[in-house]
Design a protein around this ligand. Structure first.
Ligand code: SAH
Length: 487
C-alpha cells in the first residue's frame, strides 16, 4: 500500500519544507510499526524545487487474520484462503488511513512548531495513490475530491497487465493536484480512502462518529456527497450515520451563527473609537443572552420557560444564576434537545442542579398545559422560524394559554441587514428564517399582541443601536397589565 505527497517550491519557501510539515526528515527513512505491519516513510526526491514523501505500508496478512477482521464484503467472513489472499496488502484502504494517523499525527492536526505559518497556509500539493480501490467507479472518486478543490485524474488499472482483454479492475491510479493546507489534504485522505474502499478492517463503533467529525472538520459539512461519505465511513450503520449527519447539520448552523458573530465584531470595531478597539467586542448572541437575563432580573422572574431553546445556550446561562429556581427549555426538535442535554451534561448533573432544569419536546403552535404557571417565558430568535400564518397559533399558546407575567421576545431587525458585509442585499440572516421584520413591523405585531392579551410592551435594542438602521436584534418585553395580573 502506497501513497506519495509532493510539493514544489513556492514564494513561501522551498519544497523541502514538506519535511518540517510532516515532521519527518527528508534525509532519513523511518519505520513505524502498526498492528497490521510496518509503515515506512521516505523521500524519493527532496530538492528545493520538488520534494516527495512516500508512505508505504507493508501489510502483514497473518496479523490481519489474527486480528480477525478480514471480513468479506456484505459482512460474511471470507473463505479460509481469501483471508490470506486478498487485496489488503496492495490497495489503499482503511489500513493505510490508520498508518497515516500513526505516522503523521501532528501533521494531521496542522501542528508545526518550526514553520507554523506554512502549516496554516495552502501549498501546491500533488497526491498520488497508485492502487486505489474505487467502489463506485472513477466518477465517484471525482465527485469526492473535486468539491474540495482538487484537480482529479484517475487512470484505470488493468485486471492483469499481461491479459488486457480481461479488462479493467475496480482499482484506479489516482492523482490529485491542488493548493491546499497539508493538514486539510491529509484529513481528507484519512476519511476518503476508507470511504472509497468501503470495507473497514475493524468494527465501527460509536466513537467513530467523533473521529469522522474531527477529521471532517471544515470540509465535510458542506460536501455535496456528505451522506455517502458519512454512511460508508460508518460502515452503513444507520443510527451512527444519522447521528453524524445531525451533528454536521448543527455544526453548520453554529457556523452560520459565527458569521453573525464575526460580522458584529467588525461592526462594533468600525464604530468603536481607538480606546474601544482594544477590547474584544462581545458577540451578538452573548449580548442577546445578557439582555434577556437583565429583563428577567428586572421582572423578578424565578421560574422561566425558554421556548424554542435550541441547543440550550440560554438554559445554561440561566442555570448559572441561582435566582432562577426552575428553568424549562422547550423545543420542537428532538435533535436540538439532544444537543442541549449534552451541552448541559444533564446525565452527569448533581441532583440539586438537575431538579432546577427540564427539557421538553413540544410545538409552540399548540396550547400546552405543561407551560402554564411560570413567571416568564423567553422566545429568543424563534418567531421568525415560523411561517407567518402559524404565528397567531404561537401567540395564543404563549400569551393566551401559558400566560406568564413576563414574555421576552427577540428577533432580527431586518433594517440592520445592510450592515452585515457578507449578507447579499435582500437576504435573510439564516436559511430557516421565514421572515425578518423591520422595527415598525415588529412594533406593530407586538403592540397588537399586547392589546389582544392584556400586556404592556416595552422595546429594548440589543447590540449597537445604529442611528440609521437601529440595532441588529430587537427585543420586546411584555408584562401583564396590573389589571390582568390581579384578575
Ligand atoms: N432560542 C435559541 C434558538 C433559536 S433557533 C437561540 O436564541 O439561540 C429557533 C429554535 O426554534 C429552533 O431550535 C427550532 O427548533 C425552534 N422552533 C421552531 N419552530 C418551533 C415550534 N413550532 N415549536 C417549538 N420550537 C420551535
Amino acid at each position: 500500500m502506497f501513497l506519495t505527497i509532493s510539493t514544489t517550491a513556492s514564494p513561501a519557501g522551498p519544497a523541502t519544507d514538506l519535511g518540517f510539515l510532516l515532521h519527518k526528515h527528508p534525509d532519513r527513512a523511518q519505520t513505524f510499526s502498526t498492528s497490521y505491519g510496518d509503515a515506512h516513510v521516505f523521500y524519493p526526491e527532496a530538492t528545493a524545487e520538488r520534494t516527495t514523501a512516500a508512505l508505504l505500508l507493508e501489510v502483514d496478512p497473518p496479523a490481519l487474520v489474527r486480528r480477525g477482521r478480514t471480513k468479506g464484503r456484505g459482512g460474511a467472513p471470507d473463505a479460509a484462503l481469501a483471508q490470506y489472499v486478498n487485496d489488503r496488502p496492495y490497495a489503499a484502504s482503511s489500513l493505510l488511513a490508520v498508518a497515516m494517523r500513526t505516522v503523521f499525527s501532528s501533521a494531521l492536526r496542522g501542528e508545526c512548531r518550526n514553520l507554523p505559518e506554512r502549516a496554516a497556509a495552502p501549498l501546491p500539493l500533488r497526491v498520488e495513490v497508485p492502487v486505489l480501490p474505487a467502489r463506485g467507479g472513477a466518477a465517484l472518486v471525482t465527485r469526492l475530491f473535486e468539491p474540495l478543490g482538487w484537480r482529479v485524474e484517475t487512470e484505470p488499472v488493468a485486471l492483469d497487465p499481461l491479459f488486457p482483454e480481461w479488462g479493467d479492475s475496480r482499482y484506479v491510479r489516482l492523482t490529485l493536484d491542488g493548493e491546499l493546507r497539508l493538514s486539510d489534504a491529509l484529513r481528507q485522505l484519512y476519511v476518503l480512502l476508507p470511504v472509497l474502499d468501503d470495507s473497514k478492517h475493524y468494527w465501527v463503533s460509536a466513537d467513530e462518529v467523533d473521529k469522522l467529525l474531527r477529521f471532517g472538520e471544515g470540509w465535510l459539512a458542506d460536501h455535496p456527497e456528505q451522506k455517502l461519505i458519512t454512511s460508508r465511513y460508518l460502515s452503513r450503520r444507520w443510527a451512527l450515520t444519522r447521528q453524524a449527519m445531525e451533528r454536521l447539520e448543527l455544526a453548520r448552523l453554529a457556523d452560520a451563527d459565527d458569521i453573525e458573530v464575526e460580522e458584529i465584531d467588525n461592526a462594533v470595531e468600525e464604530c468603536g473609537g481607538p480606546d474601544e478597539a482594544e477590547e474584544r467586542p462581545t458577540p451578538l448572541a452573548e449580548q442577546r443572552r445578557e439582555a434577556i437575563l437583565a429583563a428577567l432580573h428586572a421582572a423578578g422572574a424565578a421560574r422561566v420557560l425558554d421556548l424554542g431553546c435550541g441547543q440550550g445556550q440560554l438554559v445554561a446561562a440561566l442555570l448559572k444564576d441561582p435566582r432562577f429556581t426552575e428553568i424549562v427549555g422547550v423545543d420542537v426538535s428532538v435533535r436540538a434537545l439532544d444537543m442541549a442535554a449534552r451541552r448541559l451534561r444533564l446525565d452527569r448533573m448533581g441532583e440539586r442542579q438537575s431538579s432546577r432544569v427540564a427539557l421538553l419536546q413540544g410545538s409552540l403552535a399548540y396550547t400546552d398545559t405543561r407551560l402554564k404557571g411560570y413567571d416568564a417565558a423567553v422566545l429568543s430568535e424563534v418567531v421568525e422560524h415560523l411561517d407567518l400564518p402559524r404565528l397567531p397559533a404561537l401567540e395564543y399558546a404563549v400569551f393566551g394559554s401559558a400566560r406568564p407575567r413576563t414574555v421576552v421576545v427577540t428577533t432580527p431587525n431586518a433594517e440592520y441587514n445592510v450592515r452585515w458585509e457578507s449578507l447579499p442585499a435582500g437576504h435573510v440572516r439564516h436559511a430557516d428564517h421565514r421572515f425578518e421584520w423591520n422595527r415598525a413591523e415588529f412594533g406593530t405585531w407586538a403592540a397588537a399582541v399586547a392589546a389582544r392579551h392584556g400586556y404592556d410592551v416595552a422595546y429594548v435594542p440589543v447590540g449597537p443601536d445604529d442611528p440609521e438602521v437601529g440595532p441588529p436584534t430587537q427585543m420586546a418585553v411584555f408584562t401583564l397589565t396590573t389589571k390582568e395580573a390581579a384578575a
